[in-house]
Write a protein that binds this ligand. Structure first.
Ligand SMILES: Cc1ncc(COP(=O)(O)O)c(C=O)c1O
Length: 382
């Protein structure tokens, strides 16, 4: 049996005729740039996320960059983030000529540690303008505590929700529980629609979300050359528009996001049930007040590299997100500050392994992955 790490075709077979029609409609009308689908997608995505505004952009990376620009982050500013993420999260801070502060992750959720964030705020004071929490693998960060700390220090939050479309954080207010989707909690939320994401298009795409009218207007200008009219530019902007063909595809797929996320959650439940007592495997820790959408299903084991080889030998694709944290990457040498060791990020990066998880993954394939992992650990004992 073969189990690829990712298989985009299996999840979308049932959508292909709707998507073809949506693409044909755009081609027929030829409104390729900021056409009607972009506007419609922005409205629907705002409704879905539970925020007032969405601005479609050309990638998640671009969204993060424009978010910092909209907040006027520039050369004397510091921005806090985690080193255990995709490079885009921190890259954009440097693109703004601002300074990166890496703080360590929580050892269980692998998300940014609120305690370490507060330590960084104590050390760097009002030089810090923003924090970028990453809802890693599809699990929301501890937004309740992070909001509290950021309010106290007057720091803006730019949520990196590139991996967490539809994930929910439940705030506790006395006996009341308030559910919020990620991307609607901080000043700005950033999403990637890279093809493999929970909501993915057929190329690059992204979105930024906000509840702030002023930030919304600024983001609209920044993604389109600083324009207020066709040849009237209020500020220096960029060409970061979401392509209308991609918006047409996203409009179709957005209707199925919850259904596809549920499929991921079902697969995750089976993996967790079957793998929790196998070898030294640590299955994903899920905080009680969140809904995880499992962009990735990531286990931890000291035998990571050997297990990865074994799975490969048995035609099972797997991957490591991320084996070198950003502070140890050559590109970041001398370009960041810290407040303490980043040991949780380093230890975690040596042990994590992502297993296949996507809508359309068959039960027999899931079973094969589980049995092959069990076989690996049985062989270890011999
Ligand atoms: C956590 C995180 N942030 C940002 C990005 C960047 O998104 P894009 O590839 O759409 O530029 C990604 C994409 O992989 C990501 O995983």
């Amino acid at each position: 049996m073969k189990v690829p790490f990712i298989d985009l075709s299996s999840s979308e077979k049932f959508l292909s005729s709707k998507i073809k029609k949506a693409i044909e409609n755009v081609i027929r009308r030829k409104d390729f740039i900021l056409g009607k689908e972009v506007k419609e997608f922005e409205e629907n995505f705002s409704k879905y996320i539970g925020c007032r505004y969405t601005v479609g952009v050309c990638s998640g990376s671009s969204g993060l960059f424009l978010a910092l620009k909209a907040l006027d982050i520039s050369s004397n500013d510091y921005v806090i983030t985690t080193p255990f993420t995709f490079t885009a999260t921190a890259e954009v801070i440097l693109h703004c000529n601002a300074k990166v502060i890496f703080v360590d992750i929580d050892k269980d959720t692998y998300n940014i540690s609120v305690e370490e964030t507060e330590n960084a705020l104590k050390k760097f004071g009002n030089k810090v303008k923003a924090v970028i929490p990453v809802h890693l693998y599809g699990q929301p960060c501890n937004m309740q505590d992070l909001l509290k700390v950021c309010k106290e220090y007057n720091i803006k939050i730019v949520e990196d929700a590139a991996q967490a479309h539809g994930a929910i954080f439940r705030f506790k207010n006395g006996s009341e529980i308030i559910e919020k989707k990620v991307g609607s909690i901080g000043e700005i939320g950033c999403f990637s629609f890279y093809p493999t994401k929970n909501l993915g298009c057929y190329g690059d795409g992204g979105a930024v979300t906000t509840n702030d009218e002023k930030l919304y207007q600024k983001l609209l200008r920044l993604r389109n050359h600083g324009r207020v009219e066709h040849y009237l530019y209020q500020e220096i902007g960029y060409n970061s528009r979401l392509d209308n063909l991609q918006a047409a595809i996203l409009l179709v797929k957005l209707n199925y996001l919850d259904k596809l996320n549920k499929e991921r959650q079902k697969i995750a439940q089976i993996y967790t049930q079957e793998l929790k007592n196998v070898g030294d495997i640590v299955t994903p820790y899920v905080a009680e007040n969140v809904t995880h959408v499992y962009h990735l299903y990531v286990i931890k084991t000291s035998y990571r590299d050997k297990l990865k080889e074994f799975l490969k030998l048995h035609n099972i694709g797997c991957a490591v997100q991320y084996d070198i944290p950003l502070h140890l990457q050559p590109a970041y040498k001398g370009l960041y500050e810290t407040v303490s060791s980043l040991k949780n990020s380093e230890i975690t990066s040596r042990k994590v392994l992502s297993l296949p998880i996507y809508p359309g993954l068959k039960e027999t394939q899931i079973e094969y992955v589980i049995n092959t992992i069990k076989k690996f650990f049985k062989n270890l004992k011999k």
